[in-house]
Design a protein around this ligand. Sequence first.
Ligand code: SAH
Ligand code: SF4
Length: 350
Amino acid sequence: MKVQKHLLTTSFEELESFVAATGQHGFRTRQIYEWIFRKYTVDPDQMLNIPKALRKSLTAGFIFSSSIISAKTEAPDGTVKLLLSLADNEAVEMVLIPSGSRMTFCLSTQVGCPVQCCFCASGEQGLTRNLKDYEIIEQVYHGIAQIGRLPDNIVFMGIGEGLLNFENLVSALKVLTDPARLAMSPRRITVSTSGYVPGIKKFAALEKPFVLAVSLHAADDATRARIIPDKLRFPVTDILKACDYYHTKTGRMVTFEYTLLKGINDRVKDAVKLADMARRHHAKINLIPYNQTRPEYQRPVESVIFRFRDILDENGIAVTLRLEKGTGAAAACGQLRARKLKKTAEKPGS
Ligand code: SAH
Ligand code: SF4
């Protein structure tokens, strides 16, 4: 059986050959592309200026929708979280984060995550599977359906380690940034990684100015080993080298993400070491106070969080700290999916 392509990942040339094979005029390809990438309409049935016969052929010849929204939660600050159900009944989530008039979409790249950081709900069950490129892009379309336009920014900070699903992530990034397709600037797209060094190197080799965020969480290997299991953890010095390489190849400053965990990585000496590292590697810092998903880990009290931020600040490091955004919508990565998994597990016999 021939594997069907998805309309979102079909190149103009491939679509052109398809249209030609149906005996239709060549200009229909441009019209279809306009529906998909300018009017954000992927369902052939809604492409009103396309002849019915061609709409039928498109519907029969391509996948155009493979996921649906199965739950939606909204926090008081306007953050919206969508739980998406995939064709095989797996689930991922995406978050829409407003900030003034700007909108950021936070997207997933895998079902589950093989890295299994100790505090993270996404990794609790390990990896189920990679998302396909079109499953990544469909998240953007679900978001567009909510707000009626493209987002201003995209961050790959949902479920999964994107650099371990490299081919599909890059294929999705191509569609997002191709001038003939969604035409977003790579400067508005952030890929976050737990520090997967081979992936950072491959990503750098693309020589595109995407924003790279590295979840450092600790300035030394011993502390980091308490947070990230051995199997996919790389030495801090190797990560920093890979970050420098990224900077050389793309001209972009790297961001270090730092999830603050009480009693683990929130000491004054951690902040001082981190500031020194950020200065030497021209990095910005994004502090993320822990959103509690496991009883064994806690968020530091506010005075400790602010002390940590101030040390970085006083050392001249560009630091961002977002306190509450989205907690109400179960904001921490993977929480909604984790809840769904728990419910499913409770069902038998309950
Ligand atoms: N796998 C990638 C991208 C997804 S996680 C990575 O680890 O970078 C995106 C960010 O969310 C990471 O920095 C991660 O540490 C953080 N995160 C995950 N769960 C969290 C939680 N419960 N509270 C605070 N930050 C969390
Ligand atoms: Fe995976 Fe990132 Fe969660 Fe770690 S923090 S388990 S790498 S999604």
